[in-house]
Design a protein around this ligand. Structure first.
Ligand SMILES: C[S@@+](CC[C@H](N)C(=O)[O-])C[C@H]1O[C@@H](n2cnc3c(N)ncnc32)[C@H](O)[C@@H]1O
Length: 412
């Protein structure tokens, strides 16, 4: 599909549909590009928030990723800036109005193609969410982004995944066969009529993971009327990354990609021992069936080793995301179980005995060494570091697995 066609679609239906007035009520957060998540999965938790971070949001749409990271950088006092680029003027107008409504002054808004970034500078972090799978040549798009990455930098991307989108592609083909020459608005009207008539046997109708198209025309267009949309399995995503000289550092949330999340039988799991983490992720995707998209953090191979933060020292600081640690601690019996909802499947997360006292004290500033002392004191110590650390690692695995805990290292 030509760039002109793509542009016309997003001029008619800026995606996702957003009202700048809502900025007064809430900040839309998500993945990729939540600042703590980026720090954890791209920079090993080592980001120094006092140093400017140069961010590019490629195909920024109506601004979700741009507004989130720009707001989080402003809140953290980071003196860097976010460059937004998109082909669509209508989308950019909405994103700009959202930034204005928040009083954000750290965003530069540009109209243009991510395929032509020359002259814009280089970036520590690049967000490209929901764009590559719509390009004629996704490897060329990713390579163009890689060329704009500073040494030591990384990227957060989202591409569609095939299995959780079962039913989408046959219906896209069916609509394509009957909408030639129609305006975007006429296509939406026809698609709505068809959706209203679908037999019970239709796979989209039977697919519980996709409901967005019911809420807005922009979502419907993106799901069913896009004429350029190719999903990626995990191995295909790895190949895409490698084609651009990049490696997959992480897939989020990690628990979705862990076979043991979906299958408990030890005999089955034993057969997977010895696979690489990406082979296990590919297996999990085939078995769980619910992945509608992949959110991946990519880095160059020379920084792959230190990309993902590890809880390997007393100076490491745990950070909670969208969780009130003290409130959670109150309702948590020793050895309690937390339940996480992963696309409709409730996954039990067994927590260690000291989870409550730890959660009550995790505030995004306290390093593990201090947390150990505080927990020992609160529980009437003594508490060996190894015992504390084993239990912290369990808590971390459970919460990081569902995107609720990250790690930071204090600036050197
Ligand atoms: C599905 S939307 C995603 C928007 C945003 N990244 C998000 O996740 O909310 C895709 C966006 O990519 C833009 N786009 C597509 N091809 C592009 C290109 N070559 N250069 C810049 N933007 C592009 C479209 O105009 C559209 O706004």
């Amino acid at each position: 599909m030509s760039t002109d066609h793509l542009r016309a679609q997003y001029e008619a239906y800026p995606y996702p549909a957003r009202d700048p007035a809502d900025e007064r009520k809430r900040l839309v957060t998500g993945s990729p590009s939540h600042l703590d998540e980026v720090n954890h999965f791209v920079f090993g938790g080592r980001l120094d928030f006092a140093k400017p971070l140069d961010v590019l949001v490629a195909g920024g749409g109506t601004g979700d990723g741009t507004i989130m990271i720009a707001q989080q950088m402003a809140d953290a006092g980071n003196p860097g800036s976010v460059t937004y680029i998109d082909l669509s003027d209508a989308s950019r107008a909405i994103a700009e109005a959202r930034a204005k409504a928040r009083g954000l002054t750290n965003v530069r808004f540009l109209r243009g193609s991510l395929l032509e970034l020359t002259g814009l500078g280089t970036f520590d972090y690049i967000d490209c969410c929901g764009v590559l799978h719509h390009l004629d040549n996704p490897p060329a798009g990713l390579k163009a982004l890689e060329s704009a990455l500073k040494p030591g930098g990384g990227m957060g991307i989202m591409v569609y995944a095939p299995l959780g989108r079962i039913g989408v592609y046959p219906l896209q083909a069916a609509l394509r066969a009957m909408t030639e020459g129609m305006t975007p608005q006429e296509k939406v009207a026809l698609a709505r009529r068809l959706i209203g008539q679908l037999p019970a046997t239709n796979w989209l109708k039977r697919n519980p993971f996709l409901t967005d198209h019911q809420t807005s025309d922009a979502n419907l267009y993106d799901l069913l009327l896009h004429s350029c949309d190719r999903p990626y399995t995990v191995p295909e995503l790895v190949e895409l990354a490698e084609s651009a000289g990049l490696a997959v550092a992480a897939l989020v949330e990690p628990a979705r990609y862990e076979p043991a999340t979906w299958v408990k039988d030890p005999r089955v799991l034993k057969r997977l021992e010895g696979l690489t983490w990406l082979e296990r992720a590919a297996w999990a995707e085939q078995v769980c069936g619910s992945l509608t998209k992949h959110i991946a953090y990519l880095v160059r191979p020379d920084t792959l080793d230190g990309a993902v933060a590890r809880a390997d020292g007393a100076e490491v600081v745990p950070v909670l995301r969208d969780l009130d640690g003290p409130a959670m601690a109150k309702g948590l019996p020793p050895g309690g179980v937390l339940e996480a909802d992963l696309a409709g499947t409730v996954v039990p997360l067994p927590l260690p005995r000291l989870a409550g006292p730890m959660l009550a004290r995790i505030d995004g500033r306290t390093p593990l060494g201090d947390l150990h002392r505080q927990v020992a004191e609160a529980t009437g110590g003594p508490l060996a570091w190894e015992t504390f650390k084993t239990q912290f690692d369990q808590l971390f695995a459970a919460l990081n697995g569902v995107g609720k805990m990250y790690l930071r290292r204090p600036a050197a």
